[in-house]
Write a protein that binds this ligand. Structure first.
Ligand SMILES: Cc1ncc(C[n+]2csc(CCOP(=O)(O)OP(=O)(O)O)c2C)c(N)n1
Ligand SMILES: [Mg+2]
Length: 792
């Protein structure tokens, strides 16, 4: 052979060997993942873990797609993605089991808070600042509600568009490499029946973002087969009208068999390179997948799958097919494979045992410590009964922390004068206070980036300060804000071209560009998700819900995803979205709701701001933009045309969260409220004054957080009478304010007469001005209740 031929030949051998090794490495991951699923299920069935959901039957497709997931990319996935996570090296088997055991110390994805196979990586550091997201794999924290991940995925993909068009790339280098990042979004076949899925496919087709969607089709959603889920029984067929053609927008659709390793690799390579370059969304319909162990540990698929189907699933198991392919293509031998398979079984078992030991050892030590404290120095009868009462705990091979609290408390209940009562109580208190934070921390940001740390900057006025309409205050404010903060993006229905229905952004798209201020389709759920995904990538979106009544359409995303992101990622991820809406009062059943009880009860984890006017709103936006917490801000619909004096420092002054303001001082009665009802109360206060009653009015300003420094009880100490007023239904947010002040702040001690709530009626507000009068609290209602209280 000529030297050149020889060199080429040896290169070929080398590259074949490299290929062979990489294929075998993939198979190794697929096998490992399968073994994890098998052992994981056993851990649940034997009672060591509570619930398990596994990725068996999806392994080969996931190792294939992991090959095209690059550093800087994002994943918004679902609970079947363990193989992908193992393949990119972000998850390992030991940690996987730690999460399965709900080990608060060793589950690196959620700190023991989330179910197994719900992954996350750190987007922010211990100081609350964004990490360099460009040089790492980014896994957004998983949620269980089916298809919920789609809307977040849309936002994370869309952020790449924002970075690509940004004029401030230099400042954003740690967040993006020119918008080349793809968001991988996985979903089960049945979950495509959810509205979220369709909303996102449509929105992605319109806005053209680098979103790679993978529908993992195993033919079932728990027990319900595809033909009852999807038109024509095929999601790719049903979606064909969305397909991008020459000269149109849309998405690219690929179909591929989930057991066919070679064609999976080829298809994913082509599709992902395409979306990365062109920002055209792609959807892969991954077909013919299986569930070797059924849906989850909660049931058995033999109940609903036919014998033939079960037989087919065994035959077309992706790992089995890959194994056959390896042998057929002489990439390995039967003997080597058997060796590999037994090595992997051993490895996974060892990892599981390490995880179990790390989890259980500290609890067992606590059991020992508890027993030692309880029996210390005892003898005779009291020792016997103590031992008897603790025997179940001490003999428990898999004790939980709660078993310790229960056993010790029962012991004290039986023996109130137990000789070791004091040290036992001390132990209980210490152990409780040591453990509680693991379960409760990170609901809100606790770092220096907590919005509660933003200090107050007073509004500055001088003789030249203009008095203008509320909407003009906002318009001026948003103009300055977009100019000064390159991270801010504003969007929603009718927000771009006409500048929102109340002109807050009027003229600003023309001035600042369609990249920063833009219209969206009528799709509240995915507007929320779009903002959420962008915020997680370090941008500062202000996204609109056109009217408060329509927040319901987006509430699932806000409640399940945005509100829990910091908590469920154990503080590793933040989403400082600002959701802007307007409400409380307009007209009729669907344009004047004020469902504040629903909102504050479903959005713990977000802050909820209820400014009484647009200057206060601007100050709150400034505060929110300095912190890293998500928030909802509700502007008063009937406030846009009221005259307000504009501060000179409109983009700098801040309104701190959780700090009520006394807007009228008085001595006889305190009325607590927020938003547009304050104007009715002010009207009542003038008439009450004429009747000789002096009213103190307090604007709470934010419902979450609520009066952090207990200013309201200070007012109650002075007046000894209090009413909580709002426009929600009876028992809604007025009851919440009542509970906060009367119970939490100890306000009951200062009452001369029973505290009251005044709210709207149970029904939705009827149309027109008289409808409003008879549906919502009005001035006469307030005067009447105050008069009644004054005469008691
Ligand atoms: C909104 C919502 N509804 C119901 C459920 C309960 N649930 C969990 S998984 C599942 C089936 C999902 O099937 P599919 O999307 O095909 O995924 P697979 O589990 O088959 O991979 C259901 C109904 C849920 N988690 N969320
Ligand atoms: Mg399915």
């Amino acid at each position: 052979m000529e030297p050149l031929d020889e060199a080429l030949k040896s290169q070929e051998v080398l590259s074949f060997e490299a290929f062979r090794q990489s294929v075998l490495a993939d198979y190794r991951v697929a096998l490992t993942s399968r073994e994890v699923s098998l052992l994981g299920r056993r851990e649940v069935l034997t009672g060591k873990a509570k619930f398990g959901i596994f990725g068996d039957g999806k392994e080969v497709a996931q190792v294939a797609l992991s090959k095209f997931f690059q550093k800087g990319d994002f994943r918004s996935g679902y609970y079947r993605d363990q193989t992908f996570m193992f393949a990119i090296g972000v998850a390992n088997t030991e940690h996987y089991f730690s999460q399965l055991y709900a080990d608060v110390h060793n589950d690196p994805y959620s700190g023991g808070k989330n179910m197994n196979a719900h992954f996350a990586t750190a987007f922010v550091n211990e100081n609350g600042e964004w990490n360099d997201l460009v040089n790492r794999y980014n896994i957004s924290a998983d949620i269980a509600p089916t298809a919920g991940q789609m809307v977040r995925g849309l936002g994370m993909a869309f952020a790449s568009n924002c970075f690509r068009t940004s004029k401030h790339k230099e400042q954003l280098k740690h967040l993006s490499n020119n918008g080349n990042e793809v968001c991988f979004c996985t979903i089960g076949d049945a979950s495509t029946s959810e509205g979220h899925f369709w909303e996102v496919v449509n929105a992605a087709g319109v806005i053209q973002a680098p979103l790679a969607m993978f529908v993992f089709d195993d033919g079932y959603g728990i027990s319900v087969p595809t033909k009852l889920q999807t038109t024509k029984g095929s999601i790719s067929e049903a979606l064909s009208g969305f397909e991008k053609k020459e000269g149109t927008n849309g998405i690219k659709i690929f179909t591929v068999k989930g057991w066919d390793y070679a064609s999976l690799c080829e298809t994913f390579e082509e599709g992902i390179a395409y979306t990365r370059l062109n920002h055209v969304p792609v959807l892969f319909h991954v077909q013919e997948l299986t569930q070797p162990q059924g849906h989850s540990t909660s049931g058995s698929h033999e109940r609903y799958k036919s014998v033939e189907r079960l037989e087919w699933e065994r035959e077309w198991d992706c790992n089995k097919k890959m194994r056959e392919w390896l042998i057929l293509n002489e990439l390995t031998t039967e003997e080597d494979l058997q060796e590999l398979e037994s090595a992997i079984k051993k490895e996974v078992k060892e990892a599981k045992e390490i995880a179990w030991s790390k989890y259980i050892t500290p609890i067992k030590e606590k059991v020992k410590e508890a027993a030692a404290i309880a029996t210390n120095g005892l003898e005779g009868e009291v020792l016997n009964t103590t031992n008897n009462l603790l025997s179940e705990l001490v003999n428990n091979k898999e004790p939980l922390k709660r078993n310790i609290f229960r056993a010790l408390n029962i012991l004290l209940e039986h023996h109130p004068k137990h000789p070791n009562a004091k040290p036992i109580q001390h132990f209980i208190a210490n152990y409780l206070s040591n453990q509680q934070p693991f379960y409760s921390k990170h609901l809100y940001n606790e770092t220096q980036k907590s919005t509660l740390n933003v200090s107050q900057v007073e509004a500055i006025y001088d003789a030249q300060s203009k008095v203008i309409n509320g909407y003009e205050v906002l318009n001026h404010y948003f103009d300055k804000l977009i100019e000064s903060n390159p991270l801010v993006y504003a969007f929603g229905e009718d927000l771009g071209n006409i500048g929102d229905v109340n002109q807050g952004f009027a003229g600003l798209q023309a001035k600042h560009g369609v990249d920063r201020i833009f219209d969206t389709g009528i799709r509240e759920q995915s507007i929320m998700g779009q903002a959420h995904g962008m915020a997680m990538r370090g941008l500062r979106p202000i996204a609109e819900i056109q009217y408060l009544d329509y927040l319901l359409y987006g509430l699932q995303t806000l409640s399940d995803d945005v509100s829990t992101i910091h908590y469920r990622s154990n503080g590793m991820q933040s989403s400082p979205v600002i959701i802007r809406t307007r409400g409380h009062r307009l007209e009729g059943i669907f344009h004047s709701g004020s469902p504040m009880g629903m909102i504050i009860n479903s959005l713990r984890g977000m802050y909820v701001c209820v400014p009484r006017n647009m200057v206060q709103a601007a100050g709150m936006y400034n505060t929110l933009l300095k912190g890293n917490d998500p928030a909802l801000l509700i502007e008063c619909l009937n406030g846009y045309r009221l005259k307000e004096k504009m501060p000179n420092n409109i983009t700098e002054f801040t309104v701190p969260l959780g700090k009520p303001e006394v807007i009228r001082e008085g001595t006889d009665i305190t009325i607590v409220s927020y938003g547009s009802t304050l104007r009715i109360i002010e009207d009542a206060a003038i008439r009450l004054n004429d009747m000789g009653i002096s009213t103190e009015i307090i604007d709470v300003q934010t419902l979450l957080p609520f009066d952090i420094n207990h200013q309201i009880v200070a007012s109650l100490k002075k007046t000894n009478r209090i009413i909580f007023v709002d426009e929600d239904v009876p028992g809604g947010a007025s009851a919440y304010m009542y509970q906060q002040v009367i119970e939490k702040q100890g306000g009951f001690r200062w009452l001369d007469v029973a505290a009251r709530t005044i709210s709207a009626k149970d029904h939705r507000p009827a149309y027109a001005s008289d409808g409003d009068y008879f549906s919502k609290p009005n001035t006469e209602d307030i005067i009447s209740v105050v008069s009644e209280m004054m005469s008691e």
